[in-house]
Design a protein around this ligand. Structure first.
Ligand code: NAP
Length: 321
C-alpha cells in the first residue's frame, strides 16, 4: 500500500510517498481503509522535530482520518467489516491507504457525513469540545470569544458554542474567513488584526466583557484577552507559538483564570465523553465540519505548507483514492 513516510525530521519535503508493507490487525485492533486524512498544525510540528514528543523514525504522520473498516482483529467487539468510521488517533498514521487503530480510536461515521468531514473531526472537534466543556465549563447564556475562529478548531467551537446557547463572538484575519465564521453561527465577527479589537469586543458585550476566550495564538493575544474578560472569566490557551508578557493584575481584578490544555492529556473517560457528544452532534447536524482545501495524498507537503499560512479557512484534508 501507499503511505507518506518521514525518514528524517525537517521541512515539508521530508514527506515522501512510498510503497510500504501491508498491515495486519491483532487483538482488538482494526485495519481501516482510509479515504481522507485530516491535516493538523501538530502534524507539522512533529514532522519538523520540534514537538515535545517525537515519534521514532521512520513514521507515517496523521492522527485523524475516515474510511471503512477493512479487517477486524480477533478481540474486536464493536465494529463490522465495511462499517464507516472516523479515527481520532491511530497506531500507524493516517496519511496512508490503510491504518491500524484500536477500537477506542475508531468511532461510527453516520451516512450523512462524508469521509472528508470525518477526517476533520478528531483533533479539531475534540479540542473544541474539551476547551469549552471540560476546561472552561461553558454554560448556556454565557459569551465566548473564539479568537481564531476560521480554522479547524475555531469553526468546531463556533458550532458547538452556538448549539449550547452561548453568545458567540469569533475572529478571523480575512473577509472570507469572517464570512464562514458568521455562516457557522457566530453572532458577531471581528478581525483579529484590528488595533481596536479590545474596544470592539467590549462594546459588543455592553462593556461587560466575555465569559470565555478560546485562544488559538496566545503568544500574540493573551494580554489583550485578559482585558476583554468579564468577572470570573476564563481564557483557554489552545494554541501558542512563542512567549508573551502579561499583566497579572488583569486576572486579579476579574477573578479570572488562564487554563492551558493539551488534548493528549485527556483521560480515557474524558475522551469517551467527547466522542459520545460528537456522535450525537453528527446525528443531529450540530457537528458539520467545513472543508477548506483538499489535496491528493502525494501532495501532503503542500498541505503542510498551507496549514501554517495565514488566511486559509476550514479544514485541510488529504484525499486518498
Ligand atoms: P488552523 O486550522 O490552521 O486555524 C488557525 C486559526 O488561527 C485561523 O482561524 C487563523 O485565522 C487564526 N489566527 C491566525 N492569526 C491569529 C491571530 N493573530 N490571533 C488569533 N487567531 C489567529 O489551526 P487549528 O487546527 O484550528 O489549530 C489552532 C491552533 O491550536 C494551532 O496552533 C494548533 O497547533 C493548536 N491546537 C492545540 C491543541 C491542543 O491540544 N492544545 C489541539 C488542536 C490544535 P486567519 O488565518 O484568518 O488569520
Amino acid at each position: 500500500m501507499k503511505a507518506i513516510v518521514v525518514r528524517e525530521f525537517g521541512g515539508p519535503e521530508k514527506l515522501l510517498l512510498e510503497e510500504v508493507p501491508n498491515l495486519q490487525p491483532g487483538g482488538d485492533q482494526l485495519l481501516v481503509e482510509i479515504h481522507a486524512a485530516g491535516v493538523n498544525p501538530v502534524d507539522t510540528y512533529i514532522r519538523a522535530g520540534t514537538y515535545a514528543k517525537s515519534p521514532q523514525l521512520p513514521y507515517t504522520p496523521g492522527r485523524d482520518g475516515a474510511g471503512k473498516v477493512a479487517v477486524v482483529g480477533g478481540g474486536n467487539t464493536r465494529f463490522k467489516i465495511g462499517e464507516r468510521v472516523y479515527l481520532s488517533g491511530s497506531l500507524t498514521g493516517t496519511y496512508a491507504q490503510t491504518a491500524l487503530c484500536t477500537e477506542a480510536q475508531a468511532h461510527p461515521l453516520p451516512p450523512n457525513v462524508t469521509f472528508e468531514q470525518g477526517a476533520a473531526l478528531g483533533v479539531p472537534y475534540a479540542t473544541a469540545f474539551r476547551a469549552l466543556f471540560q476546561k472552561a465549563n461553558a454554560r448556556p447564556g454565557e459569551s465566548v470569544l473564539i479568537h481564531g475562529a476560521s480554522g479547524g478548531v475555531g469553526l468546531a467551537a463556533v458550532q458547538l458554542a452556538h448549539a449550547w446557547g452561548m453568545r458567540v463572538i469569533g475572529t478571523a484575519g480575512t473577509h472570507e474567513g469572517r464570512v464562514i465564521v458568521s455562516e457557522n453561527g457566530a453572532h458577531q465577527v471581528f478581525d483579529h488584526n484590528s488595533a481596536n479589537l479590545v474596544e470592539e469586543v467590549l462594546q459588543s458585550t455592553g462593556g461587560a466583557g466575555v465569559s470565555i476566550v478560546l485562544e488559538m495564538l496566545a503568544n500574540q493575544n493573551l494580554n489583550r484577552d485578559l482585558a476583554m474578560l468579564s468577572r470570573n472569566g476564563r481564557v483557554v490557551v489552545i494554541g501558542n507559538r512563542g512567549t508573551i508578557e502579561i499583566n497579572p493584575r488583569d486576572t486579579m481584578s476579574r477573578d479570572a483564570s488562564i487554563l492551558g490544555m493539551l488534548l493528549s492529556n485527556a483521560s480515557d473517560e474524558d475522551v469517551s465523553v467527547i466522542h459520545a457528544a460528537l456522535g450525537a452532534g453528527l446525528q443531529s447536524g450540530v457537528v458539520r465540519p467545513v472543508i477548506g482545501r483538499r489535496y491528493p495524498l502525494h501532495e501532503a507537503a503542500f498541505a503542510h505548507e498551507a496549514i501554517l499560512e495565514p488566511g486559509h479557512y476550514g479544514k485541510i484534508v488529504l484525499m486518498i483514492p
